[in-house]
Write a protein that binds this ligand. Structure first.
Ligand code: PLP
Length: 463
């Protein structure tokens, strides 16, 4: 058995060729794209690490399901198969499909959000933050201190919620002003860091004591369960399904972006265990998504998701998945590249400020690194730093830079081999060796909405 180790637990039945370009071609391409990788055509990317969302490879079984999906408007048998998968893996009785995770976020914000109410979480995801603000609620992040900075503190569950702060917050603001608590597993905002079962259990006890509902943002629930099995005492001999069922048993419901651990390219759902909430969820879905048994998804996509959820909790698949990310991180670390450790579930986060200490945040060190990595090897990462997260002071108009200046290298599920990871490792090692010569970028255009400027921004290199 040990000979098989963490080799890919699949063989490849269909291939999608990817194009090799030269450094000269890439220098022209990135210039034409105004030094913004969002504007590069995907066909000119060799290894795409811009996101893990909707980029998974489906299995032969899922492609088979695509052919047999039931496209009935009402009562599609593919919906019932999806519901069965969700009930089996997550234990929620009531399941409403949506076209993406953010549509489930919207429904959740409408069901639970109150004007002026505080919605507490470990680290809220952007799309929920936006929706809850529209509903008039105030999202509050209460992640533990260990999870707040880019560091190599070996703490195994950096996605945990700070229990002390949670208690204090409830005491201070009053439970009647807190309509909802949400735990995001794994915590996307700080690198796919897991949340422990013990932490989820403690939060649920506090939630119940105070009569506050608890929802789970489950986009990467399977990866979180794998970390619990690997790192938390008492779970080493449990199956991922048992761990998953226990994890969700502490919550009133969940929202899911199927584009991650659902192993499909589009879709989402919202679940609840409360019969009395389901009609309102159904009706919000009807006006925004479609009839309750399809919710903005085609029957074939419901079918592929019903299968993908089961494949996503497969122990061998998860081992390969998490080990691949860990391999990438550890090899980079060995070569001196500053990354957040331990690595999380879906990618490696490089500390671009440590990488390029000579470049101030006003000259976008993270973006400079993304550009140089693309030029070097056609690898496309994404900046999560001074371009994506800067704010303007409302009074003075001065730019407020984020604490973290990160570059995320996200690993798509079942898409790239370890050999591809070696390309990324060697390329980034090469970029790191040349780090002293690197200069920053000047922002020349940002677009109408500052908080979305990373998608449209234009840059010029500083000579
Ligand atoms: C991706 C994601 C969402 C939103 O899902 P979409 O399917 O992209 O709309 C919500 N929460 C988390 C934690 C996510 O990672």
């Amino acid at each position: 058995m040990e000979f098989l180790n963490d080799a890919e637990p699949f063989r490849i039945k269909m291939v999608e060729p990817i194009k090799k370009t030269t450094r000269e071609e890439r220098e022209n391409l990135i210039k034409e794209a105004d030094f913004n990788v969002f504007k590069i055509k995907a066909e000119n990317v060799f290894i795409d690490m811009i996101t893990d969302s909707g980029t998974s490879a489906m299995s032969s079984k899922q492609w088979g399901g695509i052919m047999t999906g039931d496209e009935s408007y009402a009562g599609s048998s593919s919906f019932y198969r999806l519901r069965d998968s969700v009930q089996d893996i997550m234990g929620f009785k009531y399941v409403q499909p949506t076209h993406q995770g953010r549509a489930a976020d919207f429904i959740m914000s409408q069901i639970y959000g109150t004007k002026g109410g505080y919605i507490l979480g470990n680290l809220h995801f952007d799309s929920f933050k936006g929706h809850s603000e529209i509903a008039g609620s105030i999202p509050i992040d209460l992640i533990i201190e260990e999870g707040r900075t880019a560091n190599s503190n070996p703490f195994p569950f950096k996605g945990n919620m700070d229990i002390e702060k949670l208690n204090l917050f409830i005491e201070e603001k009053g439970k009647e002003n807190i309509p909802l608590i949400i735990i995001t597993v794994t915590s996307n905002g700080n690198g796919g860091q897991p949340v422990s079962m013990e932490n989820i259990r403690s939060v649920s006890v506090i939630a119940k004591e105070n009569n506050i509902p608890l929802m789970i943002d489950a986009a990467r629930f399977a990866e979180n369960c794998y970390f619990i099995k690997e790192r938390e005492q008492g779970y080493e001999n449990k199956s991922i399904k048992e761990i998953s069922n226990e994890m969700f048993s502490y919550a009133d419901g969940c929202v899911m972006s199927s584009k991650k651990d659902g192993l499909v390219n589009i879709g989402g759902f919202i679940c609840t265990r409360h019969e009395e909430l389901f009609p309102a969820i159904n009706q919000l879905a009807i006006i925004n998504e479609g009839f309750v048994t399809y919710g903005g998804m085609s029957g074939r996509d419901l079918e592929a998701l019903a299968i993908g959820l089961h494949e996503g909790i497969d122990q061998e698949y998860l081992k390969y998945r998490i080990e691949q990310v860990k391999y990438l991180g550890e090899e980079l670390f060995k070569r001196g590249v500053p990354i957040i450790l331990p690595t999380g579930g879906h990618g490696v986060y490089v500390d671009a400020q440590k990488f390029y200490p000579q470049i101030p945040q006003s000259e976008f060190p993270g973006q400079a690194l993304v550009v140089e990595l693309y030029k070097t090897a056609g690898v496309r990462g994404v900046e999560l730093g001074s371009c994506a997260f800067s704010k303007k002071d409302k009074e003075t108009g001065a730019t407020i830079y984020p604490d973290l200046e990160l570059v995320r290298l996200t690993v798509s599920r079942r898409v790239y081999t370890h050999r591809h990871m070696d390309v990324v490792i060697k390329a980034l090692e090469n970029v790191y060796k040349r780090r002293d010569q690197m200069k920053g970028l000047k922002l020349t255009y940002e677009g109408p909405i500052i908080s979305l400027r990373h998608f449209t921004a234009k840059f010029e290199p500083i000579a």
